[in-house]
Every structure is written in structure tokens, then in C-alpha cells.
Design a protein around this ligand. Structure first.
Ligand SMILES: [Zn+2]
Length: 383
């Protein structure tokens, strides 16, 4: 759908307004006009949810607003098949369960089988009927106990452990590479350059194909989420679903950035995390390795790693990183990105980061030190 923005009027605007009032981000539900106060509230909401902050309501922000209406206890929660219940109330439930050490899976706001099993386990321990659904009694028990019990972040420790147990070898592991955009008129950032037009979708596809070749040569099973010119655009949720179906061990999503100012430049990496300090430790490690290897090997400006709740990061069941490999709108970044030799350097950095993910933490090596041509030898040594 087209983004709803400043100046718009109508039912959708009043709907957005009433949700934001319910969240106490806006004082009153007054006129059905998207005014300045509403835009400010939308920005605050986007910031609180780790979404891109543009003050407009597109698909992703709308999805988050829709889910945000639900507060824990305002409706009965249960595992519904095939259409799972989704909402902020589910996320609160999952976060509380995780804090208490119950394996509710990633706090993705979706009431799936794993969440139901964790609820049943909780119910059993507090002496309730373990039916796996979350009604008033269960909410009451959670409220009573939730605050007292402060655990670590069991889910992320479990995820890290599962990853560690999969062993240090790249051979046979499945990786999904996601070149951003592509399809229809979704070209991502486009910058005209004389008679040429550089676009994000094509450049990240080239990077993805190069990376595919190198990772396959290292023995990994590699899948791309799209071809060079897909028929239709793909959403983050669709890309995540594909990686989940493939049972991928890792996902790397490749993007370029753009800004109205030519002076914005550099590389940034994103992993799953909420503003409440819950984040995927394995995903964060992957993002840090990717970020550091690229910065050290290419000298690009370091725009750091960030926690976000974007669909692609939230819905994937494997460690996932999205990396924005420089600004196509920056003359300095662009000049390098359009050079195939430079893109090869980026691919080497990504390869080194993937390799380091599978080294045990205590045997990790300094950034920039892996000679990726020696990859197979290093692997043979480890296995
Ligand atoms: Zn992009």
C-alpha cells in the first residue's frame, strides 16, 4: 500500500491516531488529519519499535501499529493454526517467559507452538492446568511472578549453544544470501551518473553472486533469495519465510544506503534486537564480525552495528545480519562500489566473517587476519 503521510485524511488516519493515543504517544484523538503532532508520534513509535524512522505509515509501520493495540491480558492468547495470533501482547508474554527461563523461542510477537509449550511448562510449574493458552489466570500468575524472577537471556544462550554444537566446519552448512530489493520497480537507491544509472538492486545482486561462488567453493550450501531480475518485489517477511523453509544456518542480507546529503557515507550492520535489551547474541556476533571485517579490510567509514526489529531480522530463525555496504549517493563510496575489484574485497570480508562465526570464540582470530584463500586448509585443520 502507499504510505500514509502528513496531509492525508480519512479513516486510516483516525485509526492510526487512536492506536497512538492508546499507546500514550499522542495526547488526544482529535481531527482525522495527519498533522504535525501525529507525525511526531509516528516517529516516536517507529523509534521505540526499532523501525526505520520516516514519520510515515507504510506496510511495516502499519503492521507494528496493528500489533501494538494488544496489551497483555486484553484478550485470551492461544496457539491458533494456521493463522497464528500476532501482537505486542504476545511479545510481552514471550519476554516474560524468557526472563523466567522458559524456552518461548525468539520474542517475535507470534504465538506459535514453541510459545504454547513454554506457557504449558510455566502453567505446570505454578499449578495451573497446562493447556498452553494464556487466559486471565495465567496472566495473573505471570504478573505475580514475572517481576521477581530475573534471569539472563536463556533464549539467546540456547541459540548460541545450538550454533556452537553445529561445529566449526563450513562444509554442508546452509547459508542464504539476500540481495535487497529487485523485482518490478523496486530498484532500491538509484543514482544517475552521466549516461549511466547505478542502482542498488543490481549492485547487491552482483555482490551476492560473487559471495555465492566463494561460499560454495568453501563447501557451503548457498541459496539466493532472488535472481537478477525477479518478476515482483519481495517483502522482508517473504525473504525470511524462504530462509526458514530452507532451514538455513545463517542469513546475510545485502543493501546499499542512500541519503539526500552527499557527505553521508560508510557501512552499517543490523541484527535482531528490541529496545528492551533483548537481542540475538549470535546475530549480534555475526553483525559485529561482518562490520569489523569490512571496516578493517576496506577502510570504509564505520557506521557501527545496530539492533532493529525489521521483519527480515525478527522472523528468521537463524542468525541474520543485514549490512548496508556504503552510500550509493556518496561520491567516495560510489566510486569504490562500482569497481569490481573493490566488490571482491567486500566479498572477502564477508567470507572471513562467516568463517569466524564457526571458530569457537576462544579460538577466534584478529580482524583482517584470515587469508580467505587458506580457508579450506584452516577448515581441514579444525575438523
Ligand atoms: Zn536497500
Amino acid at each position: 500500500m502507499r504510505s500514509i503521510r502528513r496531509g492525508d485524511t480519512g479513516v486510516a488516519v483516525s485509526e492510526i491516531r487512536s492506536i497512538l493515543v492508546g499507546l500514550e504517544l499522542l495526547a488526544e484523538a482529535d481531527p482525522d488529519v495527519f498533522d504535525e503532532a501525529l507525525e511526531t508520534a509516528v516517529r516516536a513509535f517507529q523509534q521505540s519499535r526499532g523501525l526505520g524512522i520516516d514519520g510515515m505509515v507504510g506496510d511495516e509501520t502499519w503492521g507494528a501499529l496493528d500489533a501494538a493495540r494488544w496489551r497483555l491480558g486484553s484478550r485470551a492468547l492461544f496457539h491458533s493454526v494456521p493463522d497464528a495470533l500476532v501482537g505486542e501482547d504476545v511479545r510481552s508474554l514471550q519476554e516474560r517467559l524468557l526472563e523466567m527461563g522458559f524456552d518461548a523461542g525468539r520474542p517475535d510477537a507470534v504465538y506459535g507452538g514453541r510459545t504454547a509449550r513454554a506457557v504449558a511448562q510455566f502453567q505446570r510449574e505454578v499449578g495451573l492446568v497446562p493447556d498452553g493458552s494464556c487466559g486471565p489466570q495465567t496472566v495473573k500468575a505471570l504478573r505475580r511472578l514475572g517481576r521477581k524472577v530475573v534471569g539472563g537471556r536463556p533464549q539467546w544462550l540456547r541459540e548460541a549453544e545450538a550454533f556452537r554444537q553445529s561445529g566449526p566446519n563450513l562444509v554442508g552448512k546452509t547459508i542464504v544470501i539476500d540481495p535487497g530489493h529487485g523485482g518490478g520497480d523496486d530498484t532500491g537507491v538509484v543514482v544517475p551518473d552521466g549516461p549511466l544509472r547505478w542502482n542498488e538492486a543490481d549492485l547487491v545482486f552482483d555482490l551476492a553472486s560473487r559471495l555465492e561462488g566463494r561460499l560454495s567453493a568453501a563447501g557451503m550450501r548457498v541459496h539466493l533469495t532472488r535472481g537478477p531480475s525477479p518478476a515482483a518485489p519481495m517483502s522482508g517477511a517473504e525473504r525470511a519465510a524462504l530462509a526458514n523453509t530452507l532451514g538455513a544456518d545463517l542469513l546475510i542480507s545485502l543493501h546499499l544506503d542512500g541519503h539526500e546529503s552527499e557527505s553521508a557515507e560508510g557501512v552499517a550492520s543490523y541484527h535482531y534486537g528490541t529496545g528492551n535489551g533483548l537481542s540475538s547474541t549470535v546475530g549480534e556476533r555475526l553483525a559485529n564480525l561482518v562490520q569489523r571485517e569490512i571496516v578493517v579490510r576496506t577502510g570504509m567509514h564505520d557506521c557501527r552495528t545496530h539492533a532493529k526489529t525489521w521483519d527480515l531480522l525478527r522472523l528468521t530463525r537463524m542468525p541474520t545480519v543485514r549490512v548496508d555496504l556504503g552510500y550509493l549517493t556518496s561520491p567516495a563510496d560510489r566510486e569504490r562500489l562500482i569497481d569490481p575489484m573493490f566488490r571482491e574485497q567486500i566479498v572477502e570480508a564477508l567470507l572471513a566473517a562467516v568463517q569466524r562465526m564457526y571458530f569457537p570464540v576462544e579460538r577466534d582470530v584478529p580482524t583482517g587476519s584470515i587469508d580467505v584463500r587458506q580457508l579450506r586448509l584452516a577448515l581441514a585443520d579444525k575438523s
